[in-house]
Write a protein that binds this ligand. Structure first.
Ligand code: DGL
Length: 279
């Protein structure tokens, strides 16, 4: 039994949807979460910046004595490369592989929609992952840059007209293209799942990428003999205002924040020096 925590990170609050799932399926595991709330969003930035931030976030969490690292961020996941993985001290999982596998398994027609941040779509990471599973799969991508700010503002209730119209605007082309499966490629998007499901009249299988990553991570942890029997404690680190994190995080966790919250200056972090040496 390994009481060390599982490290989970995201550009902001979206990764908390993965923490919610982790709490549900592995309540005995301790969790350390880092949300880069000072630098969110990552999805409108360039590849080098995203990789540099990801490396800093990972280095910070590795210093917290974690046993496993989850990138609960679609944007980070679609940019990490083999060099990034090779430099990590702990086993690692991102959202791309697990979500692609679930989509490939779930689709009947082979027409898979993908919604994510602009950077994730541009990276082509899902296209590559799905093609590696089955080259006959068709990926129909749509960047949805307004979804993250709407979710962060708490505007995701079913009766929220502005969000309903935004869902319609972004997803109408995918409906026309007759997808039968849709990857929610950004960890903020599960909060929009009820509105998205309503738009597709329950006819499209929705794949929650954070949830798939957590399922994979918990399987890996068991296979590696690293499962915990702890108290299921959570520690949260953010890079900006803690009070606003505590106010909003409950929406993503589906419950009030259940652990200690700390604010750190991620820019001070050793990661950048290591990153420069690495490149
Ligand atoms: N949660 C991030 C993701 O999964 C989206 C937010 C951002 O743009 O940083 O891609």
């Amino acid at each position: 039994m390994d009481k060390r925590a599982i490290g989970v990170f995201d550009s902001g609050l979206g990764g908390l949807t993965a923490v919610k799932e982790l709490r549900r399926i592995a309540p005995q595991e301790n969790i350390v979460y880092f949300g880069d709330t000072a630098r969110v969003p990552y999805g409108s930035r360039g590849p080098e910046t995203i990789l540099k931030y990801a490396w800093q976030d990972a280095c910070f969490l590795m210093e917290q004595n974690i046993k496993y690292l989850i990138a609960a961020c679609g944007t980070v996941s679609s940019h990490v490369d083999e060099t990034f993985r090779a430099h990590l001290d702990v086993p690692f999982c991102d959202v791309i592989g697990p979500a692609s596998l679930a989509a490939a398994k779930g689709t009947k027609t082979g027409r898979i929609g993908l919604i994510a941040t602009a950077a994730s779509i541009r990276s082509g990471a899902y296209d590559r992952a799905l093609a590696a599973i089955d080259p006959s799969l068709q990926v129909l991508p749509k960047a949805c840059p307004l979804f993250v700010p709407l979710v962060e503002q708490g505007l995701f209730q079913k009766d929220c007209e502005i969000t309903r119209l935004t869902v319609e605007m972004y997803l109408a082309p995918l409906k026309q293209q007759k997808i039968d499966t849709l990857i929610l490629g950004c960890t903020h998007y599960p909060l929009l799942a009820p509105l998205i499901d309503e738009f597709f009249e329950g006819q499209v299988l929705l794949i929650d990428s954070g949830r798939q990553a957590v399922d994979t991570a918990v399987g890996d942890i068991a296979a590696l003999g690293l499962s915990g029997d702890g108290k299921g404690e959570s520690t949260y680190f953010v890079s900006d205002d803690m009070d606003s994190f505590v106010r909003n995080a409950g929406l993503f966790l589906g419950a009030p924040v259940d652990g200690t919250v700390h604010e750190i200056d991620i820019e001070q972090f050793e990661g950048v020096k290591v990153w420069k040496k690495r490149s």
